[in-house]
Design a protein around this ligand. Structure first.
Ligand code: ADP
Length: 482
């Protein structure tokens, strides 16, 4: 197959969350399976300095965005055999400190930036000599692609335009903009009504994709069921229910080439299920790095998060005072809401011998937290897939998760399978339920043999990309057969 993926972030070129990891893992695995794969993404600040081998291909082209014509340059990088990354260059839009905004505030011209990017994706698909037969869009930033493509094909008589698939990584982010932003698309106002791209008077970029893509996927089977309900549907549950035959939930894979307990450049010690002594040494490395008392006997809990309500920050903050009285250590790596950062900092100041916090985005530290902790906390209110629990499992760190979305699909607790358990789950979204789950974790920690059993079950669980990519191939094939 010839597949072009379109995403506003791709690891290792840019990343704010799981989307970047997913597009990277999927594209590599598809290419290694013999498909011709391209990924198109914006050329953000610093990419040209950090990666050599980018070359300018073709002439730049101009695209109409509202009343302006804006130039897109295209640079290409041969990432590996069969996989080309295409960077859309538009310095005015993308040479900024971050992909979407700074200090928790979105850039004011995000509608223009991503309408332009979506148009560039369609134009690139038309120009590429290898003629992609399927475009796989991701999230609201490329939500308009399926509709723009259909309109372009209709107006220009594009013979055999590519089919489209869109993946929802998080339905809570829909790309909502004031009505006048619709004029940026150049599409007919016939599309701007409640059965079209309008959503309570606003432009909804993701809805355009959900309406017009041949196939819709989301990142776990349970989240696929959840988003067809009023509780998780964010106002689009009716539409998703109507399109349920086009909707598939596919759990993301983990890139074990990167998230690896042996020969990992971010870790000082290697370890494996057969020999966990390296993990114990990594725990000391982490305690030392964060200025916590180096004590192998204290259970160490970790969390790595965007600090937003979705991730369960409120119940975690409410639970921490009690938890820290239970003789454990806690480390947090997070970025986002300054109010939440202050709340965590305040707790860490009060419990400096038990709790350490680091704010910002730090890839190396995220590996060391996953490897050095005994338990990993993910008390999310909702979680489409979640990747950190997959990394925890591989690193022998027992995940404590709320049973929602991909967390429920990927972690097995003792009630489900007592000998195959990999983690601890709780159901209610409350600090009491979280505290109770932490109590279970402490009881488990007091039984070293059981603890080792959980760790080894987790390390043996297989969430490699092969299975996930095979499911995507099935979805692509049905989209091509329509
Ligand atoms: P989401 O996409 O909702 O943020 P996921 O669990 O799917 O959540 O993916 C988060 C990804 O981002 C993981 O790879 C995680 O390790 C990484 N991550 C999140 N916050 C940080 C941070 N502050 N520093 C380093 N990596 C982070």
């Amino acid at each position: 197959m010839r597949i072009l993926l379109a995403s506003s972030e791709v690891h290792p070129y840019s990343k704010t969350g799981g989307l970047a990891d997913m597009v990277s893992g999927l594209s590599k695995t598809l290419a290694r399976a013999g498909h011709r794969v391209g990924v198109v993404t914006p050329l953000y600040a610093g990419i040209e300095d950090r990666f050599s081998g980018l070359s300018r291909i073709s002439e730049a082209f101009d695209l109409p965005v509202g009343p302006r014509r804006i130039t897109a340059g295209i640079l290409a990088l041969e990432a590996e055999e069969g996989l080309t990354i295409y960077f859309v260059e538009q310095p005015g839009f993308y040479q900024r400190a971050a992909p979407y905004g700074v200090n928790g505030t979105d850039f004011v011209d995000n509608a223009e930036r991503f309408v332009f990017f979506s148009k560039a994706v369609v134009e690139l698909a038309r120009r590429l000599p290898w003629r992609p037969e399927l475009i796989h869009a991701h999230d609201w930033q490329t939500g308009l692609v399926p509709l723009l493509l259909l309109e372009e094909a209709r107006q220009t008589g594009w013979p055999q335009p590519p089919r489209t698939c869109i993946t929802v990584h998080n339905l809570a982010y829909q790309g909502l903009f004031p009505r006048h932003a619709f004029a940026l698309t150049g599409l007919s106002w016939e599309h701007f009504h409640s059965e079209g791209v309008e959503f309570y008077g606003q432009l909804n970029c993701l809805k355009a994709g959900l309406l017009h893509a041949a196939a819709i996927t989301t990142v776990s089977p349970r989240y696929a069921r959840e988003i067809m309900t009023g509780e998780f549907g964010c106002g689009l549950d009716g539409l998703l229910l109507r399109r349920r035959h086009a909707l598939t939930g596919i759990l993301n894979g983990a890139d074990y080439g990167e998230w690896n307990t042996t020969g990992n450049p971010f870790l000082e010690h290697s370890f494996s299920p057969a020999d966990l002594s390296g993990k114990a040494r990594q725990k000391s490395v982490l305690q030392r790095e964060l200025g916590l008392p180096v004590d192998p006997s204290v259970p160490l809990f970790g969390s790595i998060n965007r600090l937003v309500e979705q991730k369960g920050v409120e119940i975690q903050l409410a639970a921490l005072d009690k938890m820290l009285g239970e003789g454990l250590q806690f480390v947090l790596l997070g970025s986002g809401d300054p109010g939440y950062q202050r709340a965590y900092q305040e707790l860490a100041d009060r419990h400096s011998d038990r709790m350490a916090v680091r704010f910002g985005f730090d890839q190396g530290l995220s590996h060391r937290i996953e490897a050095g902790c005994d338990f990993f906390l993910m008390p999310s209110r909702f979680e489409p897939c979640g990747l950190n629990q997959l990394y925890s499992l591989r690193y022998g760190t027992v995940p404590i998760v709320r049973a929602t979305g991909g967390l429920d699909d990927s972690v097995i607790d003792a009630q489900e399978d007592s000998s195959g358990a990999t983690g601890i789950k709780f159901r209610d979204y409350s600090s009491q339920a979280l505290i109770k789950a932490v109590g279970k974790a402490l009881a488990l920690y007091a039984e070293p043999e059981w603890m080792a059993h959980y760790r080894c079950n987790g390390m043996a669980a297989d969430f490699s990309w092969q299975k996930t990519a095979a499911s995507y191939q099935g979805v692509y094939q049905s989209a091509l057969n329509l």
